[in-house]
Design a protein around this ligand. Sequence first.
Ligand SMILES: [Zn+2]
Length: 192
Amino acid sequence: MAQLYFRYSTMNAGKSIEVIKVAHNYEERGKNVLVMTSAIDDRYGKGKVTSRIGVSRDAELIHDDTNIMQLFLNKHKEKPIDCVLVDECQFLKRHHVEELAEIVDSCEVPVLCYGLKNDFRNELFEGSYALLVYADKIEEIKTICWCGKKATMVARIIDGKLVKTGEQIQVGGNEMYISLCRKHYNDGRLGE
Ligand SMILES: [Zn+2]
């Protein structure tokens, strides 16, 4: 049975490298994968899934008005798709997630979505909210805070300071993101 997966984590847990690895594993076995990513995040150039360690691969871009089901069916007709992989799925709209669920239910093709759960203000992203509602399997990719505890929070850092307010999505500014445990998110300590 095909399923809709939501594999979430905080920042820098290796989600993109996981997408690239899973795609590679399918292709090694002669399978056809459809890799997609959000058009919002263009840090590394358009239409690519790129990991921090420098490995990348081409990906179909998902814009706000993209109908993923239609995009999938067009590709599926050309060459049957065995698996759909989505990076940066926190940036998806609810309708995108509904379309991904439709791919699973109507076409029996597994869909694996990778992304953040909560933003730096501790709110859910729209895509993550919808995935928590619709996914068959919800799995955590773990990473740790500087103190060694599991990191569950995403902190936005501007000029070395943790900030807790601002726009949810701000790509390409001078801010950076790190993963912290709840305690160190709350007290703002960024290291020893
Ligand atoms: Zn900590």
